[in-house]
Design a protein around this ligand. Structure first.
Ligand SMILES: [Zn+2]
Length: 130
């Protein structure tokens, strides 16, 4: 899964690391993405029979994606999930080093493990649960 031809572009586009002041991993842009651009192809994700904080809900299935699993929630995210096309799309221009995030509460029909958000956005929703 990690080094196939189909996800080579993804490999070049992201870095996974611990964010500044954060004790957990996140995904950071290693390329510039324009608003509306495809950031991640989620169709290569493996079907997951369980739902947890690392899985992503699509139209017909729940997936565990090798990079998507490290994408953190943000209440003012840089991306959203196009569930039908199975793509992660840039909500705005994303610069190199910006964190790739999406709003779990908008995407998931149920949050398996509710958590207190610390994204720091002015519109932070606080506890993320459903
Ligand atoms: Zn938040």
């Amino acid at each position: 899964m990690w080094l196939t031809k189909s996800n080579l572009g993804i490999m070049k586009a992201f870095g996974i690391g611990a964010g500044e002041g954060k004790g957990f991993l996140g995904v950071y842009a290693a390329n510039f993405f324009k608003e509306g651009e495809i950031v991640m192809d989620l169709s290569i994700g493996d079907v997951s029979s369980i739902r947890d904080l690392r899985t992503i809900e699509l139209s017909t299935r729940h997936i565990d994606h090798p990079f998507g699993r490290y994408v953190n929630h943000h209440c003012d995210p840089t991306c959203f999930i196009d569930k039908n096309r199975e793509l992660m799309i840039a909500l705005r221009d994303i610069n190199i080093g910006d964190e790739i995030t999406f709003d779990y509460s908008l995407n998931e029909s149920s949050i398996a493990a509710p958590f207190e958000c610390s994204c720091g956005a002015p519109n932070c929703k606080g506890v993320i649960s459903k």
